[in-house]
Unconditional design. Sequence first.
Length: 367
Amino acid sequence: MLNIAVIGAGRIGAIHAANVAAHPDTTLTWVCDPVPGVAERFASLGAKASVDPAQVIGAADVDAVVICSPTPSHVDLILAATRAGKAVLCEKPVDLDVARALACEAEVRAAGGRVMIGFNRRFDPTFAEVHARVAAGEIGALEQLTIISRDPAAPSPAYVATSGGMFTDMTIHDLDMARFFLGPIVAVQAVRQNVVDPGIKDAGDIDAAVVTLQAASGAVGVILNDRRCAYGYDQRLEAFGADGMLQARNQHATSVAASTATRTGAANRVQDFFLQRYADAYRAELDAFVRAVAAGEPLSPSLADGCAALVLADAALQASRSGATVHIPQVKTERGATPTPPAVAEFSTTTVGDGRAGLLATESRRK
């Protein structure tokens, strides 16, 4: 039985706490949140409450921690847990600053720490099946990957101002998915838009974008993002290869389709938001973490994967501002046992990572 503590009891923390409590091979021993009284709400799940992360990380009845706190705290908590010998599942992104994230990864790797980053979409049953079938060669060599991710409604400008920016807050999931399918990315282009809420522009961010990724294999990925979608949470993926195509379509509450004199094959509105759409993915993500920790296997997506996605988010930001292609230098490295390419050592911060620490400093509890 793996004893797990959840640090950060906001919306995503509540999801993880409930999943840990329900998992047959885990016990939710602690929930930590700095706001007095918040962690106590999880007493019904059998968890003790604390406002002090150090107390929780150092507790004898904690084998692993799930970090769901605001992004600026991630690196400190990852390092504290690693130094205490605890396994970590940390929500994305690793940090808002590329250099700080890379330094964290280097220290964890040197210490033999075990950290998994919460790119839960890899574990979505539909996306995972498409990936497995692409990897098995069903459509031949992958030539083009299209990822569509649109939120049902824009966040508030107040949230935007503390989120790290759309590429780090939203697109980073799609950037990780692109790496998962395409492997090493060598060049990034991006077009930015402000079409949803003038307040978002005033907060210094964008609310829509198109990102193009060139992979080392020659394949191309395209990511379409928008902070507004009239028909719900639009989550689709298409993999196109020499021998065919695989699609992951939007999911609905039911599979009922209506055909009448005025419409054909009409379906209900797509699911509302990530909590509904990716509920199965969060459970599968936790299960993969628990099984890997118990078996002593590599954790995936790794902290290196988290850093690599952050590098790409930074490159997209730069490309969208300059209109130029941002090239990602590649460094040949020895591959370890982890099955998720590529290692973070493939990325150089001489071309990307131009001091994003000062761009946006904190993150709210919207995660």
